[in-house]
Ligand binder design. Structure first.
Ligand SMILES: [Zn+2]
Length: 187
């Protein structure tokens, strides 16, 4: 991605179409915050109809994200890092180009290469600071297949922690599937 690229509209709040302004956990103002923050969305797709719903979306400041990460069991953390390092390659086929188009990054899983058109669920994430993307940290998409693989690597303790985070900060969602119930946050 180019230097100082503005946050794509895809990472704005779904309902209002405006940028995220506050950390979902501590309510800190993200525009004046002097560190990066993460925006995550979980999406459900209906391939038959070609439509999508946002299951949940939030922004979290780096301080709160770090606190969540520290609660993860050492074993889960180690497995997750190993899985991620081995596979994370959001722009495999465009390694030599100067900037990777967002459409490319948002069309396939950064871990498995699974195409979005085949997915029923996926998550997208972007690392931002102020109103820009953090340079050199392109947004990425993680598909249902990778989400399932990651869940299998996690300890029960870590899964419980994620569930608590979801209940405390993201609220209930009747539409939520088992996969997104046990989803990894903050990755
Ligand atoms: Zn926060």
């Amino acid at each position: 991605m180019d230097f100082q690229q503005p946050i794509p509209k895809l990472f704005y709040l779904f309902d209002s179409g405006t940028p995220f302004k506050q950390c979902q956990v501590c309510n800190r103002d993200l525009i004046t915050y002097d560190k990066p923050y993460i925006i995550e969305k979980a999406i459900r797709r209906y391939p038959k109809f070609g439509t999508e719903d946002v299951v949940f979306e939030y922004a979290i400041c780096m301080d709160c994200a770090e606190k969540q990460r520290q609660q993860m069991s050492t074993e889960s953390m180690f497995r997750m890092e190993e899985y991620w390092t081995d596979r994370f390659n959001p722009a495999e086929h465009l390694q030599h180009s100067e900037s990777v188009p967002l459409e490319y990054l948002m069309d396939r899983c950064a871990l498995t290469g699974e195409r979005r058109s085949q997915m029923e669920e996926y998550q997208i994430a972007a690392l931002c600071q102020g109103s820009s993307l953090v340079p050199g940290q392109p947004p990425y998409l993680v598909g249902g297949m990778a989400m399932e693989q990651i869940m299998e690597l996690m300890s029960n303790e870590t899964m419980d922690q994620w569930n608590r985070f979801r209940d405390d900060f993201l609220g209930p969602s009747p539409e939520i599937s088992d996969l997104l119930k046990g989803r990894p946050v903050l990755i």
